[in-house]
Write a protein that binds this ligand. Structure first.
Ligand SMILES: Nc1nc2c(c(=O)[nH]1)N[C@H]1C(S)=C(S)[C@@H](COP(=O)(O)OP(=O)(O)OC[C@H]3O[C@@H](n4cnc5c(=O)[nH]c(N)nc54)[C@H](O)[C@@H]3O)O[C@H]1N2
Ligand SMILES: Nc1nc2c(c(=O)[nH]1)N[C@H]1C(S)=C(S)[C@@H](COP(=O)(O)OP(=O)(O)OC[C@H]3O[C@@H](n4cnc5c(=O)[nH]c(N)nc54)[C@H](O)[C@@H]3O)O[C@H]1N2
Ligand code: SF4
Ligand SMILES: [Mo]
Length: 754
């Protein structure tokens, strides 16, 4: 075994890394996508010079992808900010941490005091689920600040799944994942794990698991308007018309009822609303949906029969069935099909993981259910979902005058100028704010508007634990990586940055940042000792607090969560097992996980029933324009922020408009020539890429590009900027129940450019 970081002494700066020395290796979980692979890094002094898959990792067994392999370049990117920036006389200048936090406190407190907490918009981006800081501090910030103006990447992504789980299970974070290692049949919609490495289904080497499924005689059906690398592996590829997944899924459920193929097994006693469901979807017959899906009715019947006939099966939908007009309905129907075939909560089907930092199990009991729309956005009246408002409505909440307007923004790990609809409007809106602070390693399209930029250190200098993704992993396990390189002089760890930000915003500027961790530990312990189902029940909070191990506040919080958790683990176990602790295959968790009022799975919740008429209307609608646009991901990218690494940017990772040869010929478009793309929100120009991997009637442009704005500091990205696909949207197309932006399947018009 190579020398591991865990065995090294803890230096005073709170990391467990050894001081700089000659080349060595250290283990680090990769934070670059949801697969959470264990990496073995080669480190020369304080520089990461190489990365390979850790063969002994209990979860990833050596898997690595090109992004993980570029860990060193990404970590050492010279464009990463090293010191805070504070705006003086209109210009961002380097400043000390003291100056930066003084400025935050001095600028944001008066706004809160004068206009109330809703004057502050909190914007949380995707990397918060990839850092310890992002899991541990934003919840504290939000509970102290109490703003209703929370916007996160979820409403550009998976909010439909949260809403559907909230309604079905009473628990918005209870998300079943396909049991990839054991299933006999996978029906996968709108996901391309060959390039994304999987999402809301944390599985290192997802492609390998799909190959293994087929090798053991299982079958794979992929529903995607593009013939992706995932689709190429499938036994059946269905190039559906974008946006029509909910119709297809409803028809599959209808066939199961009509042909008496439903078989709920042990779920029978745990669900309610079966008859109402049958009734509600009766008119979505294969014949009725076929034209809208652009499929044969007979093929739909076959897919339903295959699903029912498989000994075990899982239905799984992701981004392409989520960021669409009927996103919540599609996500609901995914789990409805898992229920109707008896596959929910059984091995080989779709199961609920149990993370080491989850609460210890307790007896099933009726819960409070899930409420939607407890408040609404000020301008358009969008209902909140899971405490959030649609990211697509952020700009109007800033730039529409009137009481309750957002005057300050706290942005943590977010780049909505590129990732959300109508970046130009948001760009202008952010420039109008009274105050903005960004926690971001880069000066990019969004952070360039901040008055204060607080840059976290690169991942090598940060400890890692997957508080989020272990909840969605196909196998229960726990792994912890201490920082592998000591914090560079003059830097603050991201946990400390976010803790200090919490204090500055909450009116406690200047207090010791450990006060935030102590506060959380104290209140968690008070709850735990009073909770008869907690392993800490009846203990003495002060003694328990003293027992906690860990050289930093975040480590002590992790230790506490493990102690309150289901597996009898403490931090020491993770430190002693640097390749991770395997906690076994997923197990059934119903009915314990349910928090519905009925204590059952509620198959036809009222908000869903209320949205079905909209789906019925779609049966008769035909697309007004011949072309709709969908996105795509590239293996060597990650949303908007990895285009600054030269080894990842280039080759086939390009911002081109993919179009089928038939459509290209009809429109007189030539491969490589520029084309003008027009839609609701604006116009763009991009080079044409003719390929029959997209179906006819569909074009594809990737997101995260458009790095041509002034005032950014990302030199590699700026040299190959691409265009921002989200400029085609004006922010008005949303899935109404979840507030999620429609980023896939919207109409566009093309015209050749000479
Ligand atoms: N058209 C279209 N748009 C999309 C999508 C799509 O498929 N099509 N996908 C959507 C999806 S799924 C998502 S999740 C969103 C993502 O939307 P965002 O979260 O807004 O975008 P990212 O590009 O992930 O930007 C993350 C930001 O975090 C910063 N960052 C990186 N590492 C760290 C770190 O360790 N700490 C901190 N504090 N900051 C860090 C980066 O510099 C960057 O500014 O985009 C959405 N937008
Ligand atoms: N390499 C790389 N990996 C990533 C990311 C990245 O940017 N690059 N981003 C990370 C993030 S934030 C996320 S959320 C995950 C997302 O991971 P996935 O959900 O796997 O996302 P995509 O690769 O965008 O796959 C979505 C697929 O849906 C298809 N699609 C579009 N519209 C429709 C439709 O109406 N119906 C159906 N059935 N399909 C449709 C698209 O053609 C596309 O192939 O990936 C993560 N991993
Ligand atoms: S698959 Fe994801 S987690 Fe694994 S090495 Fe690649 S980027 Fe990192
Ligand atoms: Mo995402």
């Amino acid at each position: 075994m190579s020398r591991t970081n865990a065995a090294q002494p803890a230096p005073t700066d709170g990391t467990r890394a050894a001081p700089p020395e000659a080349a060595r290796t250290a283990l680090r979980i990769c934070p670059l996508c949801e697969a959470t692979c264990g990496l073995t890094l080669t480190i020369d002094g304080t520089r990461v010079t190489g990365a390979r898959g850790d063969r002994d990792d209990v979860f990833s067994h050596g898997f690595i992808c090109p992004k993980g392999a570029s860990f060193g370049e990404l970590d050492g990117d010279p464009d990463r900010l090293r010191t805070p920036l504070v705006r003086k006389d209109g210009e961002l200048r380097e400043a000390s941490w003291e100056e930066a936090f003084d400025e935050v406190a001095a600028r944001i407190r008066p706004l809160i005091e004068e206009y109330g907490p809703n004057a502050v918009g909190v914007v949380l981006g995707n990397p918060n689920v990839h850092t310890m800081a992002g899991a541990l501090y934003p919840p504290v910030l939000l509970s102290l600040l109490r703003t209703r103006n929370l916007f996160t990447a979820s409403t550009l992504d998976q909010m439909p799944k949260h809403v559907s789980s909230g309604l079905l299970f009473g628990n918005a974070i209870a998300i079943p994942v396909p049991d990839l290692d054991r299933t006999d049949h996978l029906l996968l919609l709108g996901a391309n794990p060959f390039d994304s490495n999987g999402s809301l289904c944390t599985a290192a080497d997802f492609p390998g698991k799909l190959k293994a499924l087929r090798k053991r005689g299982g079958t794979l059906t992929v529903v995607d308007p593009r013939r992706t690398r995932t689709a190429q592996l499938a036994d059946r590829h269905v190039p559906i018309r974008p946006g029509a997944d909910a119709l297809l899924l409803a028809a599959l459920a209808q066939v199961l009822f009509e042909e008496k193929l439903t078989d709920l097994g042990t779920l029978e006693a745990q669900v309610e609303g079966l008859d109402e469901l049958r009734e509600a979807i009766a008119e979505f017959t294969p014949e009725a949906v076929a034209a809208a899906c652009d499929m044969d009715a007979e093929e739909i019947r076959t897919i339903a029969r295959e699903l029912a006939a498989a000994p075990t099966a899982a239905v799984y939908g992701r981004v392409g069935s989520s960021t669409v007009e009927f996103g919540t309905l599609a996500n609901w129907l995914v789990d409805v099909l898992n229920v109707l075939t008896g596959n929910l909560d059984r091995p080989g089907g779709a199961l609920f993981p149990l993370a080491a930092t989850d609460r210890a199990p307790r007896p099933a009991a009726p819960g409070k259910g899930f409420a939607l729309g407890r408040w609404a956005s000020r301008v358009s009246g969008h209902p909140e979902a899971k405490g959030e408002l649609p990211m697509a409505a952020l700009s109007e909440e800033i730039d529409t005058p009137g009481e309750g307007r957002i005057r300050a923004v706290i942005s943590i790990a977010a780049n909505p100028v590129l990732s959300a609809p109508d970046g130009d409007r948001l760009d202008r809106a952010l420039a109008e704010l009274d105050f903005m602070v960004s926690v971001d390693p880069y000066l990019n399209e969004t952070s360039r508007h901040a008055d204060v930029v607080l840059p976290p250190p690169p991942p090598s200098q940060s400890a890692h634990f997957d508080f989020s993704f272990n909840n969605f992993a196909v196998r229960n396990q726990a792994r912890y990586s201490p920082a592998v390189v000591p914090l560079e002089k003059g830097r603050l760890g991201e946990c400390e940055i976010q803790a200090r930000l919490v204090l500055a915003v909450a009116g406690m500027h200047g207090a010791d940042p450990s006060a935030v961790d102590d506060m959380v530990i104290e209140s968690s312990l008070a709850k735990a000792v009073a909770d008869p189902h907690s392993p800490l029940h009846g203990g003495d909070p002060e003694n328990l607090a003293r027992l906690l191990i860990g050289s930093t506040g975040p480590e002590r919080r992790l230790d506490l969560m493990l102690r309150m958790g289901p597996y009898d683990l403490i931090l020491e176990d993770l430190l002693q097992n640097p390749h991770g602790v395997d906690l076994g295959p997923l197990q059934p968790r119903l009915p314990q996980i349910l928090k519905t009022r009925s204590g059952r799975v509620e198959l036809l919740p009222e908000p869903i029933a209320g949205d079905l008429p909209r789906l019925r209307r779609a049966l008769d609608e035909r697309p007004g324009t011949p072309l709709v646009l969908v996105g795509r991901r590239h293996l060597r990218s990650n949303n908007s922020w990895m285009h600054n690494v030269a080894t990842l940017n280039g080759g086939s990772n390009r911002c081109t408009l993919q179009i089928h040869p038939t459509d290209a010929a009809r429109l007189g478009l030539e491969d490589g020539a520029p084309v003008r793309i027009g839609a609701d929100g604006g116009e763009l120009e991009a080079p044409v890429e003719i390929t029959d991997t997209v179906r006819t009637g569909v074009v594809s442009l990737p997101h995260g590009w458009g790095h041509d704005r002034p005032g950014t500091r990302m030199s590699v990205a700026a040299a190959r900027p691409g265009v921002n696909v989200n400029q085609l949207l004006d922010g008005s197309r949303l899935d109404p129940l979840s507030g999620t932006a429609v980023l896939n399947g919207f109409p566009v018009e093309l015209s050749p450019l000479r």
